[in-house]
Design a protein around this ligand. Structure first.
Ligand code: 26Q
Length: 821
C-alpha cells in the first residue's frame, strides 16, 4: 500500500536520547534525577519523544501544502488513541536506544510506559477504530485531519464495589498532556438557539439570517499522530470556551459573576463524554457537543480550502469528509447553511457540493442505537438547521414522488419520522447527504442494504459499499506483544510492519517443532505477565498453565457475556457433581464497562463477580476453574490482555455485532476464536480456515426465522436438564449467600423473552467448548492452529481498510513522504 520507501529510522543515538532526556528533566520539569518521581521521568521522556514527533510533523504540513493534493477530514465524536509513548517510540524506531539510554540512568522504560494515562475519549469499538484509522492514514501518507472533541473527562474509570460497577471520574489531564499543543489562533465561534428571519438581499434573492441566543468558542488542540516511518498527521480536538467578550464585559460585580457563569456554561459543552454506546440518550448537551465539533471542523476545513486560493464550489474536489457514524451528521445541514446563508451559494449548487463531499460509515443495525433527535429539541437548539433539514427532505421526497413511490414507502424513507413525536432520523439524513455509505464488515454491509437502509440501497445501489474494519497491527502486535513480534521478524523479516499479509510466511513454521515451542513459550511468558497484573489488581491467582479464556468488550446483552457465565456454571456444577472429566483447567477472564444507566449490563457484571467469588473460594474446584473480572478495561489493559489470551470469545447473537475489532486483535496475537457467524467473525473464519475456528450457534437467517416463528425459551429450558440446573442456580441463593432476588431479573429475562437467544445457542456453545478443551489437551495441535491463525490474519490491518477507503471512497493517492531527518 505504500508509495514511499521505508527510509529507515531517524538515527537518534542512545547518547543523544540520554542527553535530551536529562535536559528535559532539568529545564522542562525543574528536577534532577535524584529527586525525580516516576511521573517526572515519564514526562521528561514524553517531552524528549515529542520533540522528534513535532520535527516530523512540521515537515508533513509543508509537504502536504506543497503538493496541494486531495485531503480527508475524518469526523468522529470519539477517539481512543491509547498510550502514545510506546507507539511513538516504535514509529520513530528508537525503542531499544531509549531503553538502553534509560537503563544507564537506572531507569526502567517499562515503568515509564506504565505511568502514562491514556486519553479515554471514546466508548469502545467505534472510538478505537477511529484511532486505528488515523494511525494508518499517517502511515500510508494520506493528507488528513482527524477532527473530534477534547472532552475534559473521558470515559469513566471503572472500579468494583462489592462486585458492582462503580464509576469514577477520569481526570486524564490532571498531570498535563505532553502530546498535544494548543492553537489559540485556530478558534471558531459556534452559535445556538434563537430564531431565523427570512428577508431579501438587495438583488431580490432570499436571505436568511439567524440570530442565536448564545455563542461559544471552540479552540483547537492538536495531537500529532505519527504513523510508522512517516511524518504524521494531526488529530485536532476542539475545546469549548466562552467567547472573549464575555470575560471582559464586566465592570461591576453583578456582571462579573454573570460573566463567570456564562464562561462555565460554555465550557460545559466539552466537559464530559457520554458513556453510552449503542444507545441514544436524547440529551440536549449531547446534541450540542455534536454540533459544536462539527461547526468548528467545517469552518476549519473551509478556512484551509480558501487559504489555498480555491473557490467553495470546488470543495468536493479537494476534500472528502468521512462521517464516523451519524454522530457528526448534523454536518450535512451545517455545510448547506455555510454555503447558502454565509457564502451566498444557490441551493442546487450547494447541495451538489455537499452531496459530493460527505461519506457516511454506519456502525450499527440495532434499532435502539439508530440516532434520532426530536424535531422540537433540534428546532429549539438549531432553528436554522431544522429549516434546512425540512427543505432537504421536501426536495428528496419530491424526487420519490416523481418516481411514483407509494405513500407508505415515502413515510418509511422520510428524514422525518412522523410516528409519535416527530423526530429526525440521522441515518437517513446522512445517507441522503452523502455520496457513499459503507458498513464495517461484509455481513453488516449486506444487512444494511437488505434491512436498515434497504429502500435507499434500492434507490441508489452504487452508493452502498463495504469496508471491513481493520486494526493498527503495529500497536496491537509490535508494541504490545514484543516477544511474538521478535519471533515473527526473526523468521520472515520486518516487512510485516507495513505489509501485514507477509505474515503468510509463517505458515510453513507450523510444522516446525522448535518454532512451535518458542511460539508457545512467548504465549506462556505473556500469560505470566498478565497473571501477575491480575494478582495485583484483583488478588486472584491464576496458574499460567491454565487455558486463558477471555471475554473483553463493552458489556451488552447482545454480546452475551451471560452466555459465558452459563457455561462457567455448567462446568462448576459438573465438577461439584463429580462429572468433570473432560474439563481442562481454565481461567475465565472478563473485562468491560457497562453504560452507567444500563440496568441489565450492570447486573451482568455483578453476576460475573459473584460467580468469581463462589468458584475461586470453593476448595473442591480449586486448580480447575478460576474466574476474574479485570476492572477498567481500556486500550492500555487491552494491550496486556490480547497477547496473553488462548481463547477469544466472540459470541454475540448473529446479526447484531456490526464487525467487532477485538476479534481481530486476539487472533493476531495467536488466540483461537470461539464465535458465531457475526460481524467480521465470518471473514476471520474464512481467512484462517474453518478447521482453525470454533464455530457455534445460529446464523443470522436462522435467528430471524426462529424469531419470526415464535421463540419460546422456556421450552428449551424444559427439555435440557443441565440447562435447567444452571438457570435455576441463578435464583437458588447459592450465589449471593441466600439472596434469591439479585439475579432474578436475569433469570426471568432469559426464561420469558431471551431476546438474544442464549438458551437457543446454549447447547451448541457447550458442545463446542468441550471440543476446545479436547484440542487444548493436545498442545501440538493447539500451537499449529495458533500459528496458522496469525499467519492468515494479513487482511485485518487497518492499513488495508484505509487503502480501500482511499481507493473506493475518497479517490485519494497516498503522498510520497520524505522523512525529515
Ligand atoms: C450516540 C448518541 C448519544 C450518545 C452516545 C451515542 C453512541 C456513542 C458511541 C452510540 C454508539 C457508540 C459506539 C458504538 C460502537 O462502538 N460501535 C461498534 O463499532 C465498531 C467499529 O466499527 C464495531 O466493530 C462494533 O461491532 C460496533 O458495535
Amino acid at each position: 500500500y505504500f508509495s514511499h520507501e521505508s527510509l529507515g529510522g531517524i538515527e537518534l543515538s542512545k547518547e543523544e536520547i540520554k542527553t535530551a532526556f536529562l535536559e528535559k528533566l532539568f529545564y522542562g520539569i525543574g528536577r534532577i534525577p535524584s529527586v525525580a518521581t516516576t511521573n517526572d521521568f515519564y514526562t521528561a521522556l514524553a517531552l524528549t519523544v515529542r520533540d522528534q514527533v513535532f520535527k516530523r510533523y512540521v515537515r508533513s504540513l509543508e509537504e502536504y501544502a506543497e503538493l496541494d493534493s486531495r485531503g480527508i477530514a475524518y469526523l468522529s465524536a470519539e477517539y481512543l488513541p491509547g498510550p502514545h509513548l510506546g507507539n511513538n517510540l516504535l514509529n520513530l524506531e528508537i525503542t531499544e536506544e531509549t531503553r538502553e539510554a534509560l537503563a544507564e540512568l537506572d531507569i526502567d522504560l517499562e515503568a515509564l510506559l506504565e505511568q502514562e494515562v491514556e486519553p479515554g475519549l471514546g466508548n469502545g469499538g467505534l472510538g478505537r477504530l477511529a484511532s486505528c484509522y488515523l494511525d494508518s492514514m499517517a502511515t500510508l501518507g494520506i493528507p488528513s485531519i482527524g477532527y473530534g472533541i477534547r472532552y475534559e473527562f473521558g470515559i469513566f474509570n471503572q472500579t468494583l464495589k462489592e462486585g458492582w460497577q462503580a464509576e469514577v471520574t477520569d481526570k486524564w489531564l490532571h498531570y498535563g498532556n505532553p502530546w498535544e499543543v494548543v492553537r489559540p489562533e485556530i478558534a471558531f465561534e459556534v452559535r445556538f438557539g434563537g430564531r431565523t428571519e427570512h428577508g431579501k438581499n438587495e438583488d431580490g434573492t432570499l436571505k436568511v439570517t439567524w440570530t442565536p441566543d448564545s455563542e461559544v468558542k471552540g479552540t483547537a488542540y492538536d495531537t500529532p499522530i505519527l504513523g510508522y516511518n512517516s511524518n504524521g498527521i494531526v488529530m485536532r480536538l476542539w475545546k469549548a470556551e466562552a467567547i472573549d467578550s464575555f470575560d471582559f464585559s464586566a465592570y461591576n460585580m453583578g456582571d462579573y459573576y454573570r460573566a463567570v457563569e456564562k464562561k462555565m456554561r460554555s465550557e460545559n459543552i466539552t466537559k464530559v463524554l457520554y458513556p453510552n454506546d449503542e444507545n441514544l440518550s436524547g440529551k440536549e448537551l449531547r446534541l450540542k457537543q455534536q454540533y459544536f465539533f462539527v461547526c468548528c471542523s467545517l469552518q476549519d476545513i473551509i478556512r484551509l480550502h480558501l487559504m489555498q486560493g480555491r473557490k467553495l464550489n470546488t470543495l468536493s474536489e479537494k476534500f472528502s469528509i468521512q462521517l464516523n457514524d451519524t454522530h457528526p451528521s448534523i454536518a450535512v445541514p451545517e455545510l448547506m447553511r455555510l454555503l447558502v446563508d454565509e457564502h451566498d451559494m444557490e441551493w442546487e449548487e450547494a447541495w451538489h457540493v455537499t452531496r459530493h463531499t460527505f461519506a457516511y460509515t454506519n456502525h450499527t443495525l440495532l434499532p435502539e442505537a439508530l440516532e434520532k433527535w426530536s424535531v422540537h429539541l433540534l428546532g429549539r437548539l438549531l432553528p436554522r438547521h431544522m429549516e434546512i433539514i425540512y427543505e432537504i427532505n421536501r426536495r428528496f421526497l419530491n424526487e420519490l414522488r416523481e418516481k411514483h413511490y407509494t405513500g407508505e414507502q415515502i413515510a418509511r424513507m422520510s428524514i422525518i419520522d412522523e410516528r409519535g413525536e416527530q423526530s429526525v432520523r440521522m441515518a437517513h439524513l446522512a445517507t441522503v447527504g452523502s455520496f457513499k455509505v459503507n458498513g464495517v464488515s461484509r455481513l453488516h454491509s449486506r444487512l444494511l442494504k437488505s434491512q436498515v437502509l434497504n429502500d435507499f440501497a434500492d434507490l441508489w445501489p452504487s452508493q452502498f459499499t463495504n469496508i471491513t474494519n481493520g486494526v493498527a497491527h503495529r500497536r496491537f502486535l509490535a508494541v504490545s506483544n514484543p516477544g511474538l513480534a521478535e519471533l515473527i521478524s526473526e523468521k520472515i523479516g520486518k516487512q510485516w510492519l507495513t505489509d501485514l499479509p507477509q505474515l503468510k510466511g509463517l505458515e510453513k513454521y507450523a510444522d516446525d517443532v522448535d518454532f512451535r515451542e518458542r511460539w508457545m513459550q512467548v504465549k506462556l511468558q505473556n500469560k505470566i505477565g498478565l497473571a501477575r497484573h491480575i494478582k495485583e489488581r484483583t488478588g486472584v491467582e491464576l496458574d499460567p498453565s491454565m487455558l486463558f479464556d477471555v471475554h473483553v468488550k463493552r458489556i451488552h446483552e447482545y454480546k452475551r457475556q451471560h452466555l459465558k457465565v452459563l457455561h462457567i456454571l455448567s462446568l462448576y456444577l459438573r465438577l461439584k457433581n463429580g462429572k468433570g472429566e473432560g474439563i481442562s483447567p481454565t481461567a475465565f477472564i472478563f473485562g468491560g464497562k457497562a453504560a452507567p444507566g444500563y440496568f441489565m449490563a450492570k447486573r451482568i457484571i455483578k453476576l460475573i463477580t459473584s460467580v468469581a467469588e463462589l468458584v475461586n473460594n470453593d476448595k473442591e474446584v480449586q486448580d480447575r476453574l478460576k474466574v476474574v473480572f479485570l476492572p477498567n478495561f481500556s486500550v492500555k489493559q487491552a494491550q496486556r490482555v490480547y497477547p496473553a489470551a488462548d481463547l477469544s470469545e466472540q459470541i454475540s447473537m448473529a446479526g447484531k455485532e456490526a464487525s467487532g475489532t477485538g476479534n481481530m486483535k486476539f487472533a493476531l496475537n495467536g488466540a483461537l476464536t470461539i464465535g458465531t457467524l457475526d460481524g467480521a467473525n465470518v471473514e476471520i473464519r474464512e481467512e484462517v480456515g474453518e478447521e482453525n475456528f470454533f464455530l457455534f450457534g445460529l446464523n443470522t437467517e436462522e435467528v430471524q426465522t426462529k424469531k419470526a416463528s415464535g421463540y419460546h425459551p422456556y421450552r428449551i429450558y424444559d427439555r435440557n436438564e443441565e440447562l435447567q440446573e444452571v438457570i435455576d442456580f441463578l435464583i437458588s441463593g447459592e450465589l449471593e449467600n441466600g439472596n434469591t432476588e439479585i439475579f432474578r431479573p436475569v433469570h426471568d429475562n432469559l426464561l420469558q423473552q431471551d431476546p438474544y437467544l442464549l438458551l437457543e445457542d446454549y447447547q451448541s456453545y457447550i458442545e463446542k467448548m468441550e471440543e476446545i478443551h479436547e484440542v487444548w489437551r493436545s498442545p501440538v495441535k493447539w500451537a499449529k492452529m495458533s500459528i496458522l491463525n496469525v499467519a492468515r490474519m494479513g487482511k485485518f490491518s487497518s492499513d488495508r481498510s484505509i487503502h480501500e477507503y482511499a481507493e473506493e471512497i475518497w479517490k485519494v493517492e497516498p503522498v510520497k513522504v520524505q522523512l525529515s531527518k
